[in-house]
Write a protein that binds this ligand. Sequence first.
Ligand code: UT7
Length: 327
Amino acid sequence: MGKHAAIIGIGHAVPNKILSNADLEKMVDTSDEWIYQRTGMRERRICGPEETASTLGIEAAQKALADAGITADSIDLVVCGTVTGDMAFPSTSCLIQEGIGATHAGAMDIGAACAGFIYSLSVASAMVQSGQAKRALVVGVDVLTKFVDYTDRSTCVLFGDGGGAVVLEQTDEPRGLLKSVLLSNGAGAKHIDLQVGGSRHPNSNPESENFRKHIYMAGAEVYRFAVTAMGDACCKLLDETGYSSEDIGLFVPHQANLRIIESAAQRLGLPEEKVFINVEKYGNTSGGSIPIALSEAVEQGRLKPGMLVMTVGFGAGLVWGANLIRW
Ligand code: UT7
């Protein structure tokens, strides 16, 4: 029998500072009513100047290690899903590796935007299953508010900061990630981007002034894509594994917009009590959204050992994907 990669610990971290819809009303021409009706968001968490992807990632990782009851020196792989790392390089996973004291671990970042945790869990689980690593730490974290233009009402109301982490351990028991669906379509790259700071428009090039230094998103296009992509990825995952919607104990989708979540849940025929939602508190935390939601679901007793949980995410790339996990 093949090996599996059980999730043996989980934790999350968000900044203390809250940015409410009422705060945003004072910054741009928007209203609590518009934001809540269109997105389901009431507030989001915002990093202070000292907080970064790695500081939140380290805090989440430490909580996950404590939850697992293990020390960092037994971890042999750190994978971090982020597109808002502390620096272009070194990788944020290296900063987390150092911060927690995982002195025997390899470290790498995975850039899959809001699907960052879906992709990272898939890669790390495969490495644990194959025996390349015995214990892995998987972090999903983003601090998009550092890249938001707070004069652009079409994006600034949407994003918040935060991250979560899980510890994986090789086991013979049929637990952990059962199957992933990972998909991409680079033709949609133009719909969400941050142009300056990469090798096409480096900060050092004066002409980079003409390109975007902040997040751009074609909201309506992404919305249409997301509604179809979430449902498609989940249906493919169920088809490929032979499970049906009724077998799902908890559905934990990327928290980008309440309406997108509700439409995916409806397509899958999932009742409200099987859908985990915390978008009202955190907004869209990109790669942090799914592990934060999983961690809160465990805290609230809604996610229990043995349960079948389906996660699904989508974002800049375009990328999307879904994971089926035996908790
Ligand atoms: O995780 C990354 C993936 N990203 C997403 O999941 C985002 C997907 N997209 C969305 O969630 C939605 O498209 C938004 C929440 C971004 C926008 O909702 P929408 O229902 O698609 O609105 P819209 O963009 O079509 O805009 C409707 C109106 C526009 O005014 P007009 O042109 O109809 O007069 C906007 O200018 O709402 C206006 N608007 C706002 N009004 C008040 C846009 N942003 C705001 C705002 N406050 N913050």
